[in-house]
Design a protein around this ligand. Structure first.
Ligand code: NDP
Length: 402
């Protein structure tokens, strides 16, 4: 039984709160803390109504390490689930170290002024977490998160050697707006407008943003245009999957979405460089975020499914083999269950399950870990039971005439 503090009351924080409340045998006490306490209170009321569980709320500015440490010392939770923004990761890790609390997040740390998608700042905490006897689990959302676990599962159970991995992320949901992002717009746009990057034969290769695409036939969703992007899980997977020759990440976008994005980019609205407008300093992307629909408001309007998975080629018993391990999730079913669309749902459920692995003692080795470094079996079992059932399908190996 663990006392948990969830930091961040956005789309993902909402799902984590509901999902922890569905597992009170593991999470005996739940606190939801965020900058705008009214959002925490609204979620707490919905959790009480839908799950019949009372959770407590706290106002917290997680940019201030002292305030965060004080809250953790006062409440002494067993673990902290960080589903605020990537900018808060290091402050929350510092506060966890100061107060002796295990840590888990869903996105790598980002400095405000640079879009890097790198783990180096958080990996630098390895020794401090080890010495403190605490566990930090990085990237326990869907991608990163479940995709890393799918790779770990494939390495453990399906292949003797993995050669190539293509991670594919399709969102075939329709919210009816001409343009909106499904999670935090700032993070989402920063991710898509950076150069594409993948890893092959021991080195990183860079291509212009959105310059390479394939049509991939997703189970339950159908054929979609998928574009090669850099995504943060690639950085850790190249270190931890043995024998890997190539890894790439693909995400689907509609032509309509890309046209809006190109216009916004061309007029400078996606820039993270601060400008001064009428005496006020801000980055244009912050303003864009303020005028786009709040991702949390998309839930009731979104119809359709997601499909995210790993297309893996490798060797088993001396033979080439190719599988697609995936989950498909229905936006409307998610909304009916926890008042959030599938993007928040597919992130929040794995955050809760990763936290359950710490709480149950399965993932307790002190240090800072990416998901594929941890045992996948109980996590995979709980995924299916917690609303994200997964499938493994065999695919023909390209070029072998099968
Ligand atoms: P939202 O923008 O909807 O919510 C973020 C929440 O964090 C808001 O409640 C916000 O408060 C709060 N917050 C921001 N700054 C602070 C602060 N300084 N102190 C306390 N609270 C703060 O984002 P999402 O819920 O969509 O995403 C949450 C996280 O999940 C992000 O890090 C995102 O990158 C990650 N993510 C990961 C995915 C994965 O698959 N791995 C997929 C999707 C998202 P306020 O309400 O005051 O603004």
């Amino acid at each position: 039984m663990a006392k948990v503090i969830i930091v961040g009351a956005g789309g993902v924080g909402n799902v984590v709160a509901h999902k922890c409340a569905q597992n009170t045998d593991i999470f005996s006490e739940i606190i939801l803390a965020s900058r705008t306490v009214e959002k925490c209170e609204a979620i707490a009321a919905d959790v009480l109504e839908k799950q019949g569980v009372s959770i407590r709320t706290e106002k917290l500015d997680a940019d201030v390490v002292e305030e965060t440490t004080q809250l953790l010392r006062r409440e002494s939770p067993d673990l902290l689930i960080n589903v605020a923004l990537p900018y808060q990761d290091l402050v929350l890790m510092d506060a966890c170290l100061a107060a002796g609390v295990h840590y888990l997040d869903t996105a790598n740390y980002e400095p405000l002024d640079e879009a890097k998608f790198e783990y180096k700042w958080q990996w630098a905490y390895q020794e401090r977490f080890k010495e403190a006897g605490l566990t930090a689990v990085l990237g326990s959302g869907f991608d990163p998160g479940v995709t890393n676990i799918f790779c770990a599962y494939a390495q453990k159970h399906l292949f003797d050697e993995i050669e190539t991995i293509d991670i594919l992320d399709a969102n075939a949901g329709d919210h009816g707006y001409p343009f909106a992002t499904n999670f935090n717009p700032e993070i989402n746009i920063r991710e898509i407008t950076q150069e594409g990057r993948y890893w092959e034969e021991g080195e990183w290769k860079t291509i212009p943003a959105l310059s390479e695409k394939q049509v991939y036939d997703f189970p339950e969703v159908g054929p979609k245009d998928a574009y090669l992007l850099y995504h943060e899980e690639l950085e850790s997977l190249v270190k931890h999957i043995r024998g890997l020759k190539r890894i790439r990440f693909w995400m689907t976008f509609s032509e309509k979405y890309l046209t809006h994005l190109r216009v916004l980019e061309n007029v400078g609205m996606t820039s993270i460089e601060p400008i001064n407008f009428k005496g006020v300093e801000f980055a244009p992307i912050e303003f864009l975020r303020a005028i786009l629909p709040d991702p949390a408001s998309l839930g009731p309007r979104t119809k359709g499914k997601t499909c995210i998975g790993c297309d893996i080629v490798g060797l088993k018993d001396g033979k080439k083999k190719r599988v697609f391990i995936y989950n498909s999730c229905d936006h409307e079913a998610c909304y009916a269950e926890v008042s959030s669309q599938a993007i928040s749902y597919t992130t929040g459920v794995p955050a809760m399950i990763g936290a359950s692995q710490i709480a149950l003692g399965h993932w307790r080795t002190p240090g800072v870990w990416n998901m594929e470094q941890l045992d996948p079996d109980d996590f995979m079992e709980r995924l299916g039971k917690s609303g994200l059932p997964w499938q493994v399908i065999d695919l023909p190996v390209v070029g072998e005439g099968e």
